[in-house]
Design a protein around this ligand. Structure first.
Ligand SMILES: *Cc1c(COP(=O)(O)O)cnc(C)c1O
Length: 400
């Protein structure tokens, strides 16, 4: 296994004598982009070399695993182009996402229709395009797949604890092992191939040990079914690998070691099934920076020490995940004395507050018109952005 640490994998700037200083010194390409281009704010800029480095670091950390990029995290064409170049696979949630990866040059053989909630027509159309891998967690969905994608390979998603995740995904997805057994037993009779088990430990999963229990449970289920002659080929470990927000995260190697250890424990060193990963946030989160501008600063009505800092970016520019996800926020005035703030967006909706109780501080010298940078915002931002709430345009994005 590669010994490089997570961020050692980040690209070395082409012109080291021009190493930037200031808030974006760790993102030389993005600093240069903002400087040269002076784009209108708010906007997201993504360094696609960091996307590639993240992909390679994860693939190195879990050897032999197939990496299915969960494109919902950021489906921008430059990212898909880079993934195609790297030979990635794709986890798609809808027909449109499938068409996007095919359009970028991906082969349908590398696509998993991973959403457990699909319209019949979308399944049929995906099948017509040659997509053969489908996930489900109910008998109704299994029958729908059988009718619209004859001969397809099916994954059954089991429900797992999402403790340790900043952005849990449980309850809505996954079934019990009893149900999974029933679904996978029924598949052959319906003309489908029972292919694998999948799960998701929750997004921004900070606890590297969370994969162990579902891996052991899946292995037990696979053994039971094998005794009945149903031999599942694949185990899909989902996503959940983190981006670098305010709280420190374990290195990707720690995730790799915990997962490899659990797979060896569950299957023995030489008998692993085909192992799949579905990273989203990890691939593009750290590669992006949102540049926003301070529109207004005013004192809190009750606490005179506290300022409300209104940015031109908010919930409706795609920043849906705060307060669960605490972005690192930097400014040109970092180093000046700091004071407590509430950070809010510009729209006339009271939900448009990013951080009220998360203990953020910003420089006391921060003024209207100053630039503010939200780091690691390359995932789950652009596609969450509203089209035109209050007349504000959607978040613009650039790929450099
Ligand atoms: C969203 C999603 C992912 C990606 O999750 P991350 O936490 O962003 O890695 C992977 N698989 C499925 C099925 C998903 O819905």
């Amino acid at each position: 296994m590669k010994k490089s640490t997570l961020y050692a994998a980040a690209p070395i700037p082409a012109a080291p004598e021009q190493l930037p200083t200031g808030p974006l010194k760790d993102f030389p390409k993005l600093a240069a982009f903002f400087e040269a281009r002076q784009p209108e704010t708010p906007c997201l800029a993504v360094d696609t070399d960091i996307v590639e480095a993240q992909y390679k670091a994860l693939v190195a950390a879990v050897p032999d695993a197939l990496c299915f990029y969960a494109i919902k995290a950021n489906p921008a064409r430059p990212i898909l182009d880079r993934m195609v170049k790297l030979g990635a696979n794709y986890d798609c949630a809808s027909l449109n996402e499938i068409l996007m990866v095919l359009e970028a040059g991906a082969s349908p053989a590398n696509v998993l229709f991973g959403n457990t909630i699909k319209k019949a027509g979308e399944i049929a159309e995906a099948h017509r395009h040659g997509v053969m891998k489908y996930a489900c967690d109910s008998l109704v969905e299994l029958e729908k797949i059988a009718k619209n994608a004859p001969g397809a390979k099916v994954f059954c998603r089991i429900i797992v604890s999402n403790s340790g995740a900043a952005w849990p995904l449980s309850k809505k997805f996954g079934c019990t092992e009893d149900m999974a057994r029933e679904i996978l037993r029924k598949a052959p009779g319906l003309g489908l191939v029972p292919y694998g088990i999948s799960f998701h430990v929750g997004s921004q999963q900070m606890d590297v040990t969370q994969w162990r229990d579902p891996i052991l449970r899946a292995a037990g289920l696979m053994r039971e079914l094998a005794q009945e002659g149903i031999r599942l080929k694949a185990l899909n470990l989902g996503g959940g690998f983190p981006a670098r927000y305010r709280q420190p995260i374990p290195a990707v190697e720690a995730y790799g070691q915990a997962i490899v250890g659990a797979l060896n424990e569950a299957f023995g060193e030489h008998f692993w099934p085909e192992v799949m990963l579905e990273p989203g946030r990890y691939i593009c989160g750290d590669a992006g920076v949102i540049q926003a501008e301070v529109v207004l600063i005013s004192p809190d009505a009750e606490d005179p020490n506290k300022r409300w800092v209104y940015l031109d970016a908010g919930k409706f520019s795609g920043l849906i995940e705060p307060e669960s996800i605490e972005y690192r926020i930097v400014t040109e005035k970092d180093g000046d004395p700091m004071g407590p703030v509430v950070i809010a967006g510009p729209t006339c909706d009271s939900v448009d507050v990013l951080y009220e109780n998360a203990g953020y501080e910003l420089p006391l010298t921060l003024a209207v018109g100053d630039k503010v940078y939200l780091l690691s915002t390359g995932a789950y931002t652009t596609t969450y952005s509203a089209i035109a709430f209050n007349g504000f345009p959607p978040l613009k994005d650039y790929y450099v």
